[in-house]
Design a protein around this ligand. Structure first.
Ligand code: NAD
Length: 294
């Protein structure tokens, strides 16, 4: 056992360079968090605009810390320099751990995971920030499933302490240990969970969104539901939370959950959340969701 623990520590110690695929809400947040806690990170997207937006968000968050006198301008410059934006896989061969954070679509994720695996070295850990898709299922796209696991952050990344580390059927213990250590280095609280659609948190959250959606479809005012849940003691209600999550992400995740748990999650007809998505009301990301944003 001792020998094993030593091996874990060696592997865990070596997350000296990270990378994130996707510079959206989550990818940008992961890059910020890693950079702010001192682990350099490459941030890759396929769109220059997205990379710009991810960097802008990071600058904004560092700026807030300066306002609160928690950071100097020099420290901000140093931490920002830990984020290296890119549109290509150049330099990925020196990466110890990659977090995939592209759209919640099994096909797109499968393609991106296979693509990045070919660019990194053999002992690089590849992790997915998927909200719902089974890790063992995504692993089918990979040649080295033992080096693959889930690393599920919550939104907004800089504020939410929890990270689910998901062990797929073939994930090696060393990959889990290194991912746990990286989450801790980022100042987060990791929990290791077994694999299934939605893992732990979203198995609770998505039925809740489903219940909210049914009420709205029955004509209950969403603002009243939010108010009631806030009065109940939750920091925000489901409509506001859906705006934060993004309607596109919620719709994709809902489909994965319905496929995984048809008896609990499948629905006839469109849900209120799908109707929002169809009407391009994506939430905070395009400034219109259940609520309107500046
Ligand atoms: P998003 O739409 O904000 O960002 C996705 C980004 O991926 C976009 O910038 C897009 O250009 C980029 N992308 C698409 N294909 C790519 C490719 N081939 N290579 C590199 N980049 C590519 O989405 P998001 O909300 O950040 O979600 C990303 C992932 O994180 C999803 O799997 C989602 O389920 C998960 N997640 C989301 C939340 C949330 O609250 N939004 C919470 C936890 C986990």
């Amino acid at each position: 056992v001792k020998k094993k623990a030593g091996a874990y520590a060696r592997q865990a110690d070596r997350i000296a360079q990270a990378a994130v695929l996707g510079a959206g809400i989550m990818g940008g947040g992961i890059a910020y968090q890693s950079a702010s806690k001192g682990t350099p990170i490459l941030m890759k997207d396929i769109q220059a605009d997205a990379v710009e937006l991810g960097l802008k968000e990071a600058r904004k968050l560092f700026g807030k810390q300066i306002e609160r006198n928690k950071l100097t301008v020099e420290q901000m410059a140093e931490r920002l320099s830990n984020i290296r934006p890119t549109l290509s896989y150049g330099d990925f061969d020196g990466v110890d751990l990659v977090v995939e954070a592209v759209v919640e679509n099994p096909k797109v994720k499968g393609g991106v995971l296979a693509e990045v695996e070919a660019e990194v070295s053999e002992d690089t850990i590849v992790a997915s920030n998927t909200s719902t898709i089974s890790i063992s299922r995504l692993a089918e796209h990979l040649k080295r499933p033992e080096q693959f696991c889930g690393m599920h952050f919550f939104n907004p990344v800089h504020r939410m302490p929890l990270v689910e580390v998901i062990r797929g059927e073939k994930t090696a213990d060393a990959a889990v240990a290194a991912t746990v250590a990286y989450a801790q280095a980022m100042g987060k609280t990791p929990i290791v969970v077994n694999d299934c659609p939605g893992f732990l948190v979203n198995r609770v959250l998505f039925p809740y969104f489903g219940g909210f959606s049914l009420l709205v479809e029955q004509g209950v005012d969403f603002q009243r539901i939010d108010k009631v849940m806030e009065t109940f003691g939750w920091p925000m209600g489901p409509a506001y939370l859906l705006d934060v999550v993004g309607m596109d992400t919620a719709v994709h995740a809902q489909a994965v959950m319905a496929e995984g748990f048809p008896e609990r999650m499948a629905r006839e007809g469109k849900t209120a959340i799908e109707l929002m998505f169809d009407n391009d009301r994506l939430g905070q990301k395009n400034a219109k969701g259940f609520y309107a944003y500046e």
